[in-house]
Design a protein. Structure first.
Length: 325
């Protein structure tokens, strides 16, 4: 036996297994996860800290748990519709995928607990929503709503871990959840194609969200001060100048969000075939990043928004190697 040839086959086998797990876990989609916690943190007016990092790590684990559980649950359907997927093709055993889902869920909850009780109080229903969606809800009309709720809870996880409070992050969570609901609705027909109504609705949702996020959130403290001091109350010097860069950045990022989805959704509406629908779903998933960045910027988290936005080209680059759908 040739040792070199044996070693070469062993290396090829390991690379083959790594590729299979990358496909199962849809690794490029991970770039869309950190922005949830960072947008939630920005919505509270706080700066990211060590607990924010724990929230991001928890989110990554729970997201990947959902990916593994999704393919485990769909293994019989995928054997017909997507026989190339890791489980039906035999590259990964179903038991290994289920074990990974359980282990990742446990790790995600443990990380959230380490970030504090408020974080765990959000992570627990987030994990429950992920499992409920994968094990049954995704086959019902409630599926897109459940997925949207999971994304919204993920944003709230960042707020809860960083500050212990979530109330101020609820509007951002609702906006992000609405986007996810629209993408999930389109994804329900990516295997066999279907009606143009879903991508048209997603296109309208994108336009609505773009309009909403480009309007600066009302400053409740400023409104209160105006009410107490009367019409003579004026903003501090330089406040208007400080708002302009933030407003410009928010508008730019919102435009990037709209541009990321407009053409794929429109093409899928004109021809709702599986390839174009899958392309629209992939675009919707990647567009989550500029939306997160927009939500962060409108909450005056300029530096954090730029960091989140920088994840978009990285996600797009790796998505060329491994599909996010």
């Amino acid at each position: 036996m040739n040792p070199c040839r044996t070693a070469s086959r062993g290396a090829a086998g390991r690379a083959h297994r790594r590729r299979a797990w990358a496909e199962l876990l849809r690794l490029p989609a991970l770039f869309s996860v950190p922005g949830d916690a960072l947008a939630g943190t920005a919505a509270t007016g706080a700066q990211p800290n060590a607990r924010t990092v724990l929230a991001i790590a928890s989110s990554l684990c729970l997201y990947e748990a959902g990916m593994a559980l999704n393919d485990w649950s769909d293994r019989d359907v995928d054997a017909v519709e997507r026989p190339h997927r890791p489980l039906p093709s035999g590259r990964i055993r179903p038991a290994a995928a289920l074990t990974a889902a359980c282990a990742l869920t446990g790790a995600g909850l443990a990380l959230a607990a380490h970030a504090g009780r408020p974080a765990l109080a959000v992570a627990a229903p987030l994990a429950a929503t992920v499992w409920a969606y994968d094990l049954g809800l995704k086959r019902t009309p409630a599926g897109p709503v459940a997925m949207g709720a999971a994304r919204g809870l993920d944003l709230l996880l960042g707020a809860a871990a960083t500050t212990g409070r979530t109330r101020r992050a609820l509007p951002s969570a609702a906006l992000l959840g609405t986007h996810t609901l629209a993408v999930t609705t389109v994804s329900r027909q990516e295997a066999q194609g279907g009606s143009p109504l879903a991508p048209l609705a997603a296109l309208a949702t994108t336009a609505l969200l773009t309009h909403v996020v480009t309007h600066r959130p009302s400053d409740h403290r400023g409104a209160t001060a105006h009410g107490l001091l009367g019409a003579r109350a004026t903003p501090p010097p330089g406040a208007a100048l400080g708002r302009k860069p933030t407003a410009h950045l928010t508008t730019f990022l919102a435009a990037a969000y709209a541009a990321a989805t407009a053409r794929p959704y429109f093409h899928a509406a004109l021809n709702p075939s599986p390839p174009l629908t899958q392309r629209a779903v992939g675009a919707g998933i990647r567009a989550t990043i500029p939306l997160q960045a927009t939500l962060t910027a409108r909450s005056k988290g300029t530096a954090t928004a730029l960091f989140v936005a920088a994840l978009a080209p990285l996600g797009a680059r790796f998505a060329k190697k491994v599909s996010v759908t």
